[in-house]
Design a protein around this ligand. Structure first.
Ligand code: FES
Ligand SMILES: [Fe+2]
Length: 380
């Protein structure tokens, strides 16, 4: 699991003014809340006083979250603005604060930057213009939880060679060769283009394509949100996009939030059928992905054999490795003390970095050392 990345923490409509929500990401807990102006904040969940869970507190009329134990009130920046037991003439201590993380809302999701990079160094969010183009696209959305590592799940989405074997409605096992495909990349993302001949569609989709003509597909990823995007052109103009973000709950559990956009059958009447088809794909993948050994991508990538058709997946592995080599991977073994409840550790926030860690009570999570100072390891 890697810090200094954007992750989707929740659906926007789950964060309502009035009640905070506790969310687990990267094995740590966070408190999300919306103030009366509509702004969402994300704080580290552990209260610096005696460790109670802020996400289980309540909101004050001033838009602060109130710790359920002794009522300390935290604003969106993570600072305590009131300690009820403290006489009015005594100041609130400077260290009475928790880490607060940058938040953006986009595509109906709350994105949180889990790391301490200044704004100019943070990666962009992935583009999904179809989401805003309701004249030409119909979207549906949902989520799916896996007992699996998020990197394995992203890789599964990038792996077009599995379709004929895992998704019989998408691929044909007797025509499983992947001929040349092209790969486009930038600093944060990569995308492939493949052509394949799928079986004839069934059900209402028979109207889309009547012959066994080649179909173009473009799978790709963006590191922000561990996003996977798959475009499929069923005909020249009938296009479908599956756009999903994959948030590690911890090392071996992942929540995928997905949006499926289609340029055909745009009436709501067809939503149920589209939802069924999308969920079926996830269910078919789940059977395989939850049993992959090892559960996490191996430390030494040479312990798995890749072939040419794994090119897009390998591009993802390469980009992820760069992040690990920068020293941004959580040292999961060293974090066990937190997981086992023996110690509270947090991801450092931008303000903590600005102030060189002064005036913060809790220690930050251990990271795998950067490549320059130690041999890099692949972490989960
Ligand atoms: S533990 Fe939060 S106010 Fe005491
Ligand atoms: Fe799949």
């Amino acid at each position: 699991m890697i810090i200094n990345q954007w992750y989707v923490a929740a659906e926007s409509n789950e964060i309502t003014a009035g009640t905070p929500k506790k969310v687990r990401m990267l094995g740590l807990d966070f408190a999300l809340f919306r103030d009366s102006a509509g702004q969402v904040s994300c704080l580290s969940d552990v209260c610096v006083h005696r460790g109670a869970s802020l996400g289980e507190g309540r909101m004050t009329s001033a838009g602060c979250v109130e710790c359920p134990y002794h009522g300390w009130q935290f604003d969106g920046a993570g600072s305590v603005v009131r300690i009820p037991s403290l006489p009015a003439d005594l100041p609130v201590p400077k260290r009475a604060r928790v880490d607060s993380y940058p938040v953006q809302e986009l595509y109906g999701w709350v994105w949180v930057f889990l790391g301490d990079l200044p704004e100019a160094e943070r990666p962009p969010l992935p583009e999904f213009p179809e989401y805003h183009d309701s004249a030409n696209w119909r979207t549906i959305r949902g989520d799916f939880t896996w007992d699996g590592n998020y990197a394995r799940i992203v890789e599964n989405g990038l792996d077009f060679a599995h379709a004929p074997f895992v998704h019989p409605s998408f691929g044909d096992r007797d025509r499983a060769e992947i001929h040349d495909f092209t790969l486009e990349q930038d600093a944060w993302s990569a995308r492939a283009k493949v052509t394949y001949i799928p079986p004839l569609p069934r059900g209402v989709w028979k109207m889309v394509r009547k012959e066994r003509t080649p179909v173009e597909a473009r799978p790709g990823f963006h590191l922000s949100g561990s996003t996977m995007r798959l475009d499929v052109w069923l005909t020249q103009t009938w296009q479908m996009v599956i756009f999903d973000v994959n948030t590690p709950i911890d090392e071996t559990r992942t929540i995928t939030r997905w949006i499926m956009a289609r340029s055909f059958f745009r009436q709501p009447l067809f939503d149920g059928d589209s939802r069924k088809r999308t969920l079926k794909i996830f269910e078919q993948d789940k059977v395989i992905v939850e049993k992959i050994c090892p559960e996490i991508v191996p430390t030494d990538l040479r312990e798995e054999l890749s072939v040419k058709s794994d090119g897009l997946m390998n591009a993802y592995r390469a980009k992820r490795r760069e992040l690990i080599e920068r020293g941004w991977a959580i040292d999961v073994e060293a974090m066990r003390a937190h997981v086992d409840g023996k110690r509270a550790l947090v991801i450092g926030s931008p303000l903590r970095r600005e102030e060189d860690g002064r005036n913060f009570v809790l220690k930050t999570i251990p990271l795998v050392p950067a490549k320059s100072s130690a041999p890099a390891q692949e972490a989960a």
